[in-house]
Design a protein around this ligand. Sequence first.
Ligand SMILES: NC(=O)c1ccc[n+]([C@@H]2O[C@H](COP(=O)([O-])OP(=O)(O)OC[C@H]3O[C@@H](n4cnc5c(N)ncnc54)[C@H](O)[C@@H]3O)[C@@H](O)[C@H]2O)c1
Length: 356
Amino acid sequence: MTTIGSTTTESATSAPMTVPPFAVISGAQVRHALHGREKHIVELVEATYRVHGAGDSVNPPSYFLRFPDRPSSRIIALPASVGGEVRVDGLKWVSSFPENVTAGIPRASAVLILNDHDTGYPFACLESSIISATRTAASAASAADRLSRGRPRPTRVGFFGVGLIARYIHTFLVGTGWSFDEIGVHDLSADSTAGFQSYLEQSGTPGRITVHDSAEELIRGSDLVVFATVAGQPHVGDLSWFAHNPLVLHVSLRDLAPEILLASTNIVDDIEHCLKADTSPHLAERLTGSRDFLHGTLDDVLAGRVTVPADRPVVFSPFGLGVLDLAVGKYVYDDVVRRGELHVVDDFFHELSRYG
Ligand SMILES: NC(=O)c1ccc[n+]([C@@H]2O[C@H](COP(=O)([O-])OP(=O)(O)OC[C@H]3O[C@@H](n4cnc5c(N)ncnc54)[C@H](O)[C@@H]3O)[C@@H](O)[C@H]2O)c1
């Protein structure tokens, strides 16, 4: 493997067209590139939503690979192409094997392949569980900010399901200027609860931490509720728990009964994507036979086309777009190149003459 600090992939105008070197970027490098850059990553994610909203992207439906012999597991392929300043194509390939957790290893693992805009050649393979968690948390932090602008800024946050994604979301909220008087925690697993509590304590951020055994207590006691469970079907359906009109980041997508959504303002990242795969918005569409319960996308809110009333709950349901992985992945790639730390696999592409 060779380490280089420049790439032939960046310029569309430079001639002649060449095959880019192929690089592998480790999780340690990804973390180094993203650590402490929360504000910047949120800006990048918002810019990518704008590019996607303007139609300068291709983001086909994700493909879910499932296994008859391992029904709780899946591997999802998210192919995408993003224009704007990022200008890259690629694929995220992300596994979810929930039984990993009992063995003490993370549920999800992922790689991201970046393809060169001009030649189509893959030019990087990046460890992507961190990229995936980062773009998810950045999207959640953006939604928390943008959807709370017309109401008192939440001071009591409640985390419903406290694995890796909840931790990243908390980090991104704090990293983008949020502070809370109360931090509520609810999880079915005592281990997850203890792990998250210890993360919160070590992070040293202010706020009284309360562990709630009751889901109802957590929701009633929070103006900002973050769902990050692995529930496959709705388990929260009592509308009275939402009588205080909280802002809900429904990141795990399948926790809320459709009746809760029907009584709320609903913002998604992409309408076509979100109304699939038995998400709560998909169930609400099936129940009502219409999409009228959806009020718009986060891009609509960013552009001021949709305003969010304060007198009902607001629920953000992000399906998670491959274009965000590409934007964050390319950011990491460029950072690694800038620092001269790109590990290229020599001779990765070997058959480079058409006729030998
Ligand atoms: N929308 C997106 O863009 C996006 C992106 C990445 C992950 N996700 C989703 O976020 C969720 C969390 O991911 P993670 O990596 O943190 O998972 P994780 O396995 O690390 O943590 C999930 C936690 O939820 C808890 N939990 C499960 N069911 C629960 C319930 N009914 N009530 C309370 N707690 C419950 C588990 O005990 C666990 O602690 C997953 O559903 C994942 O698919 C969404």
